[in-house]
Design a protein around this ligand. Sequence first.
Ligand code: ADP
Length: 811
Amino acid sequence: MTEKSKGEKRFEIDEDLTQVEVPELLPVLPLRGIVIFPGYIYPFLVSRPASLKLIEDVGQASRIIALAAQKNPEEEVPAPEGLYPRGTAVRILRMLRYPDQSIRVLVQGLARIELKNFTQREPYFIAHVDRLHDVTQPADKEVAALHDHLVSQFSKFVSLVPYLPDELQALAIQVKEPGRLTDMVASYMKIAIEEAQDLLATLDVRQRLEKLIAILSREIELLELGHKIQSQVQTELNKNQREYYLRQQLKAIQKELGESDSRSSEIEELENKVEEAKMPPEVRKVADKELDRLKMIPPESAEHTVVRTYLDWLVTLPWGLSTQDNLDVKHAREVLDEDHFDLDKIKERILEFLAVRKLKNDTKGPILCFVGPPGTGKTSLGRSIARAMGRKFVRLSLGGIRDEAEIRGHRRTYIGSLPGRIIQGLRNAGSNNPLFILDEVDKLGADFRGDPASALLEVLDPEQNNTFSDHYLDVPFDLSKVLFLTTANMLDPIPPALRDRMEVLELPGYTEEEKVQIAHRHLIPKQLAENGLGDVKIEFASEAIREVIGNYTREAGLRNLEREIARICRKVARAITEGEAAPERIGPEDVQRFLGPPRFFSEVAERTHEAGVATGLAWTPNGGDIMFIESTRMPGQKGLTLTGSLGDVMKESAQAAMSYVRSRAERLGISADFFDKSDIHVHVPAGAIPKDGPSGGVTIAASLASLLSGRPVRSDLAMTGEITLRGKVLPVGGIKEKVLAARRAGIKTIILPRRNERDLEDIPPEVRKELEMHFVDTVDEVLQFALLDNVAKPEEMKPPARSPSAGTALN
Ligand code: ADP
């Protein structure tokens, strides 16, 4: 027999069980794992042979039997001693025979009993029983309080157990008698067999209440704890479920909209790219995070584009892509020679630079800075070095960059923000070790938008640039493998902190002869090829090139020369396509046909035939240039006007020149009081271009002396030099540029400060051959050499007859 709980539990509260008669002799059915309390209605299945026999003998419903729990539920055939002595008298309410011979019985507990002596053991037990009664003290207040407490605890218990119906709470309130209440509550609880048996055996109602309340409280506590854990688990689960659910919905919506495929393939593609991009771990982390974000953002939102663009940047940067360096110095020499004529000093330095790299194999070292006028090959040298080393080449022109963000990028919070130019350049290069040329560092600006120079400093500093942080990327990029080169037209405007990092290599400009050579070897073949004339044999006569250089360009570099050659090539190309035969040779006489009338001509002779005009030599960012200084005089009183955008230094040297001329008036044959009756105006065209520096001193002095003495300055002469009040001539800079400029302008003789004599070493011999250099120590020497005696040969140191201000020859 067995007593598996099946179906509903019920409890009889209406019947007054104390009135039920319990016979003294009862058949005893052993129970396994359950205790039946009085009032409890309980169904169980009987299958053990002895028990089946008992039920069959009892035969019918409404018979009363005794139930007693087995001490050991495992025992198949228990002895009377194996049963708890206290049990329950039950009434059989219903019996149902099953096809397998087992019988289902429904019983109702009636009363506690005590099994006395067994009168029969086979085939089933029969025993004498004593009916037991609850022990209570009438009007015991504590029992009443325990009763109420039990009701409320039970009510709580029911609310915590999901399978117990809420009506039980009402039912418990209806049970007025404490003893029955304990039986009822115990019947609905799952209590361990020992405790249940103890409750059954306890006749004292107060004790029973206390025991049950203890059990109930413990159960409630366990239930509550369970609930707490459950609800924690639940919240976790809910959050995940919610996300999962929403994502499923999103997928469904996207599918409806026909997006899901392209969307997921887009993300998949990005995921693959992230995988392949060889990012450093910390960057990878950021990329993964952004990918997760991208998955959540609907594609229509602006944020989607922002994240998408950002990821595109991350995956296309060459985090781990480097090219292999070729540090073969011989090969480099060949490449440099192939691309560039002459420039030996610079090439040597570049080769040394490569050699050091080869031996030291690190990237720290000075940053080379090519300084010189436009078109002298600074950028193309950079390109050549890249070619020699087998590196990618990137060029960034810094001219006019005023905003730090151009270098470092905008933060991603700005709509449409982008990384700075450095990162952009690296992406274009596609390798993390390109040769990066920063053009025109001298043109870098700075204003309220931040200081780009300081950002650049970080880029160039080998101590810092391995973690260069671009505002847009927000993750560090290692720039330490990049080979940076810089170019500038002038050194002065470069911020000192930047200049300190650089090693300056000067490219001062080319002589006419060098230009002719370069044109033959490089510019002409290049332009012929670029204009589709690579296969046509056209020879440019050197004279023709000279013609172009002299009459169509005036520059230190080669830009305009190259441009004019390109124009000639285009015209030839057009003529060929129009059916003409290609010219075999381009001679000087052809140049005008192609390029139109000459654009420059020597104006020196024309300008200086009047007294008061002297030709100076100036250094400009575009190389050297000649400069006319004009003076004129009008009636007035001691006025000195200086115009032509002169800087302070130049104005002061004009004043010094004036003072010197006045102090020497007598020797120059100028009336000593000329200044009392005159205003003098010194002007330096072109008036719009700012000019400064002390090197115009001798020229201003010559111009003034010429004006006041009436003796013109020699027309084929140009000069440079600083003067002192005492009439000494001090050395100045930029000699090579100035000399070349003089030659371009058709000057034949140059006056230079004596102490600049050694600078002539830099000047190619063919130029030196053509120009007459006249070195001076004093202004007197200058004037003596420069001023012509075009007035009727005056007597020494005597005022000329013509006018009081016209001077005599200087002795
Ligand atoms: P920069 O950067 O100094 O302004 P570029 O590098 O743009 O000058 O040079 C202008 C042109 O002159 C380029 O076509 C360059 O190849 C050419 N060039 C300059 N110097 C030389 C040289 N020494 N040999 C051959 N070509 C030269």
